[in-house]
Design a protein around this ligand. Sequence first.
Ligand code: CA2
Length: 146
Amino acid sequence: MKLLVLNGPNLNMLGIREPEIYGSVTYAQLEQFIRGCAEQMGIQVQVKQSNHEGVLVDAIQAAYGVMDGIIINPAAYTHTSIAILDALKAVSLPAVEVHLSNVREREGFRQVSYAGMACFHTVMGEGIEGYRTALQIMKEKLQNKN
Ligand code: CA2
């Protein structure tokens, strides 16, 4: 089982600012955490972060025919990017959306998720543990398929 874990803009700033919202773990530690969880579950992961919408679109397209699923935290592009939604729809891979914070309890502009419209599940408000949850949910989905 091979999964792409894709993280959007400013998540590379984790642990540096706004720890009250996003926690004190750095992005490097988050990547390590994701790799550790995946290894425990017998999942191969490619973990990628970009601040650029087109790079995220390219990464989603590159997953086509290579990966079994996508776990994505599109960060601010969650609420703006039809390009990311279209890319997820185009590759038609099972996708899970993750948010560190509980976006439902935040500002009005965070209440729409375009990417989420192409995802079969959303995990939010669990901090970095949300990535473990997403890996687990994806694993169950892919196992039930076969
Ligand atoms: O809760 C999440 O995971 C978000 O995807 C994080 C995004 C935000 O725009 C979404 O609405 C919810 C922001 C990521 C920026 O991360 C920062 C980390 C440290 C300092 C500042 C921003």
